[in-house]
Write a new protein. Sequence first.
Length: 149
Amino acid sequence: MEYEQVRELLRKWGITIVPKAAKRIRSYDVDTFRDMAKRTGQIDFDCDFSNGNCAGRAMGGNGCCTPDGCSLSLGYWRKEGGTLDEDTVRRISPFYDPKTGFLEDGMGCRLPRELMSPTCLVVHCSDLMMTDEDKILLAKIRYGDRMSP
Ligand code: SF4
Ligand code: SF4
C-alpha cells in the first residue's frame, strides 16, 4: 500500500504517527531497536517445515503467521502503545497488503527483520537451538531496558 493509505488506516485505528526521534519501541529508540531486531536474524528458531508446512510445534497446526492476524494487527505493530513513528510507517507500507498483511503466500514474511514488530521478533515455539546470548537478546526486545543491569 501507499504510505498515505496506511496513514489513513492508522487514523481509523486510532494510532498516532509521531516523529522517529520521539518514538520508543519497548523503551529503545528506533535505530537501537532496529539493530537488535537485525541481530535476531542469526538465531536458529528451530522452526520445522519438514512436511512443507510449519509443524507449529507448540501452537497447533496453523503456524505463527496468518493472513488475517497479520493484516488486522499490521504485523502486530498495533500493539506498540498507540503510536508508530513516521519512518517505520513509510518503510513498512510498501510491504503491506490489506488482505494478507505482510505474509506472502508460500514464502513467509515480506518484512526485513529490522522492520518487524517486537511481537513478531520474539515469538517462538522452541528454544532448543538458541544460545544464552540469543535468549537474552529476545528477552531484551520483549521486556525493554528493564532487562539492562
Ligand atoms: S515459530 Fe513455531 S509456529 Fe512459527 S514457524 Fe516456527 S515452529 Fe512454526
Ligand atoms: S512475522 Fe511477518 S507475516 Fe508473520 S505476523 Fe509478523 S509481520 Fe506478519
